[in-house]
Design a protein around this ligand. Structure first.
Ligand code: G3I
Length: 464
């Protein structure tokens, strides 16, 4: 072949290569949940019950689809310390070994919890219980040292309705029991991520969510070792998915912790269920610090709530519409998408997005309108939710007959807040954030905050 012919052939190969490269998407779609999640650097996990691993349908789906494993019951207090200071890791190790042999990581669940305590612990109190709890945390974390990615150090320690701590034998040992558990876990396994894990903390307006948020904020401020917050996300009619879930995830992330969806299941069926799953996945993908999603079981029949058919595989192991919806949502994640940009404003509140879901409750107080302004602008304060010692408020700012470029709202003098979004607070006056100062004539924007103490009366505020 002449030099000219060789050059022409080489050019043809290069050109063909370039053409192929141009037509192949940067990311090939993942065909399993774990591969699809990995495209944006996230994991996709499930809870495993050790006694089911001999069921080949169960174990083959689990192996094929998931790369993060949580022991559904086998690493809990009753399983690992059946009599005081006699530890039994056989069931937990079975799951850990299966995970490791199949190239998966493990989330440890759970070191300290008021529930599923061994019977010897249930009757204990005071300093004896505190010591026993710390010994348990230490010994279990030491056994799994270097082998687990993360631990749910403390599980479900908050009351369901008032935003305070749940009463339990552990809580009665003193309010510092949670931080004591975290410090013991850090000492025992310095490389495991240490998480607080709870349910009914998904809705940003709920008192329980705010209670946990304030604890994590306090822990970060005082240097208590906490790396992550787990949102169990058991969704059903009583605890429904709300579009402010993304606000919850991003608000916690803004405290400097990883957020993880740890026990996801969504009761329902068909497109309704599939759509809610999609939204949950999209919310996680929109928050850089949301590092992974775990569903609480493999098939519907494996669920603790099997009657609600809440999982991604049917009783026969077939993929449900919800599965396809999750897979597609994960594959749609673009690593270069600005929504996954770590420089995103974590305090941005998507519930204030005008493109918000029209299925949102139309009675939602965030939609309250201030009066028509007679001057530059007007503002109206709405109390979204309140609980003993705190409340959440939204303020709607409306431009007058001319568009405005910047606004200032004076808060009632009683307002005491250190958690405000979509605005900048200084000396009792909130000015617009960099992105929401321009408001068209007659249009409105909102900001919100969580206040300490009693809520002020709803009503009009001074806007200038
Ligand atoms: O293993 C025994 C069996 O020998 C016995 O015959 C049978 C009789 O009831 O009980 C079996 O133990 C059950 C165990 O699950 C294993 O299936 C327990 O009774 C039952 O209480 C236990 O339920 C677990 C539950 O936690 C306990 O609180 C569920 O499997 C487990 O999915 C669930 O997981 C929790 C998370 O840890 C924390 N978040 C909520 C989530 C759902 O409740």
């Amino acid at each position: 072949m002449s030099r000219r012919a060789r050059f022409a052939a080489a050019l043809a190969v290069v050109t063909l290569g370039a053409t192929i490269a141009a037509t192949i998407p940067a990311q090939a779609a993942g065909s399993t949940l774990k591969d699809a999640a990995a495209q944006s650097g996230r994991y996709f996990g499930t809870a495993i019950a050790g006694f089911k691993l001999s069921d080949s349908t169960y174990s083959s789906i689990a192996n094929r689809e998931f790369n993060m494993i949580t022991a559904e019951n086998e690493m809990k207090m009753d399983a690992t310390e059946p009599s005081q200071n006699n530890f039994n890791f056989s069931s937990g190790d079975q799951i850990l070994n299966w995970a490791v042999q199949n190239g998966k990581r493990v989330r440890g669940h759970a070191l300290a919890w008021h529930s599923q305590q061994p019977s010897w612990m249930q009757g204990m109190s005071g300093s004896a219980l505190r010591s026993a709890m710390l010994n348990h945390v230490t010994k279990v974390a030491e056994h799994y040292k270097g082998k687990v990615y993360a631990w749910d150090v403390v599980n479900e320690a908050f009351d369901d309705s008032n935003g305070g701590r749940r009463d339990s034998n552990l809580q009665r040992t003193g309010n510092d029991w949670i931080e004591a558990a975290f410090k013991a876990a850090r000492a025992a396994d310095p490389n495991a991520k240490l998480c607080y894990n709870d349910y009914n903390t998904d809705n940003w307006t709920w008192a329980k969510t705010q209670g946990v948020y304030n604890m994590v904020k306090d822990f970060k401020a005082r240097g208590v070792p906490i790396d992550c917050v787990g949102f169990q996300s058991h969704f059903n009619a009583q605890s429904a998915y709300n579009s402010n879930y993304r606000t919850t995830l991003s608000s916690f992330a803004a405290l400097g912790v990883e957020v993880q969806i740890t026990e996801l299941d969504i009761e329902g069926s068909g497109s309704q269920q599939a759509d809610t799953y999609r939204r949950v996945v999209e919310d996680c993908l929109a928050v850089k610090a949301c590092t992974g999603i775990t569903v609480w079981g493999v098939r519907d029949s494996d669920s603790w709530r099997s009657y609600g058919t809440p999982l991604l595989f049917d009783n026969n192991g077939g993929k449900k519409a919800a599965y396809t919806s999750v897979l597609n949502a994960l594959n749609a994640a673009d690593p270069t998408d600005p929504t996954t940009d770590p420089t995103q404003d974590p305090t941005d509140d998507p519930t204030q997005d005008p493109t918000d879901d029209p299925t949102d409750d139309p009675t939602d107080p965030e939609t309250t309108n201030p009066p028509d302004p007679t001057g530059k602008c007007s503002a109206a304060l709405t109390i979204v939710n309140s609980w003993p010692g705190g409340y959440q408020a939204t303020v709607t700012v409306k431009a007058g007959s001319s568009s405005i470029n910047g606004w200032r709202v004076t808060l009632p003098s009683s307002v005491n807040t250190n958690n405000l979004w979509n605005g900048v607070l200084s000396g009792g006056v909130v000015t617009n954030a960099p992105y929401n100062g321009s408001v068209g004539a007659g249009q409105s924007t909102t900001f919100g905050f969580v206040g300490n103490g009693s809520a002020p009366g709803a009503g009009n505020l001074t806007c200038a």
